[in-house]
Design a protein around this ligand. Structure first.
Ligand SMILES: CC(C)(COP(=O)(O)OP(=O)(O)OC[C@H]1O[C@@H](n2cnc3c(N)ncnc32)[C@H](O)[C@@H]1OP(=O)(O)O)[C@@H](O)C(=O)NCCC(=O)NCCSC(=O)CCC(=O)c1ccccc1C(=O)O
Length: 277
């Protein structure tokens, strides 16, 4: 399928495209199996904010560039271990960071559907990135796993608790404690991905899913995403869900009456509105 992607902005570590209601954000460090450094995360954050603010977009595809020159694919292999310092990943400014956590929260709270398109490795912090996307479509060559306890790291946030919500406590503990790798069919059977397709069809499948979603009600989808999050995200999740209730209320005449009365320096006439059962 040919799709007319338009490049939005030039970055060092990522590619960012849009077309027909869909954004595509691609981690572009294939020589590192798309491992992220602080710069990569800043750029991803910037692109996701742009996609959130663009009302023409309803679905964001997150993927990794590939294959590399050795023929191997990767979605993302987590934090770039070659620049891991004593207190996080160290960028050109010399400051150690774990800024992928900011990105995780943004992807979860963005009121649009984020779909991970996973070809090749989704490992470590890269595995957590696909996990926190709303949907994951795997290529038949996808490989999933956590490596934290092997490389002296762990993600005790979404990487542990949300993984357990998705695959169950026993399987999540197995994934973290043994650090094994799982192929696409194993990921499908444990509910870690939504479907598996041949690698050559991965992007087309993502576009197909996005187009189906784009036929649906934007407000219904955003409220559903907030509702799914509210179950796991404590007060931040309730805030997100309640923000949507306020948004819907602002769009209602009853709410407008309060604002208009204030601006017109009169008492509001709320008696015109019913107290519904
Ligand atoms: C992904 C592999 C299994 C792929 O294996 P293979 O196909 O054999 O390729 P390689 O030859 O190993 O790799 C090719 C090339 O890429 C380089 N590379 C690959 N991954 C990384 C990486 N993560 N960092 C740096 N460089 C990487 C590799 O060195 C090769 O380079 P050459 O120059 O050609 O030699 C395999 O590569 C692999 O296992 N990679 C490491 C996976 C890993 O352990 N990732 C880190 C996990 S920890 C993490 O992601 C932390 C995330 C985080 O930020 C965080 C979040 C929340 C709480 C805490 C943290 C925290 O950081 O602690």
């Amino acid at each position: 399928m040919s799709f007319s992607w338009q490049s939005v902005k030039s970055y060092q570590d990522i590619l960012y495209h849009k077309a027909d209601g869909i954004a595509k954000i691609t981690i572009n460090r294939p020589h590192k199996r798309n491992a992220f450094r602080p710069q990569t995360i800043f750029e991803l954050y910037d692109a996701f904010i742009d996609a959130r603010e663009d009302p023409s977009l309803g679905v964001i595809l997150l993927t990794g560039a590939g294959p590399h020159t050795d023929g191997k694919y990767a979605f993302c292999s987590g934090g770039d271990q070659s620049i891991r310092g004593e207190a996080g990943y160290v960028g050109d400014d010399g400051v150690p960071r774990l800024n992928v956590l900011d990105l995780q929260r943004l992807i979860r709270s963005i009121p649009k559907v984020v779909i991970a398109l996973v070809a090749g490795y989704a490992i470590g912090g890269g595995h957590v990135l696909h996990l926190i996307c709303d949907l994951s479509i795997a290529a038949d060559n996808a490989i999933f796993g956590q490596t934290g306890p092997k490389v002296g790291s762990f993600d005790g946030g979404f990487g542990a608790s949300y993984l357990a919500r998705v695959v169950g406590q026993k399987k999540a503990r197995e994934i973290w404690f043994l650090c094994r790798q799982y192929d696409a069919q194993a990921a499908l059977s444990m509910g870690l991905v939504n479907t598996v397709v041949p690698v050559a069809e991965l992007e087309a499948e993502g576009i197909q899913w996005a187009q189906e979603i784009l036929q649906k009600s934007p407000l219904a989808i955003r409220c559903l995403k907030a509702a799914f999050n509210a179950d796991c995200d404590g007060q931040a999740g309730i805030q997100e869900l309640a923000g949507n209730a306020t948004l819907l209320f602002y769009m209602n005449e009853e709410s407008a009456e309060g604002k208009n009365a204030f601006l017109e320096k009169r008492d509001p006439n709320f008696r015109q509105f019913p107290w519904r059962p």
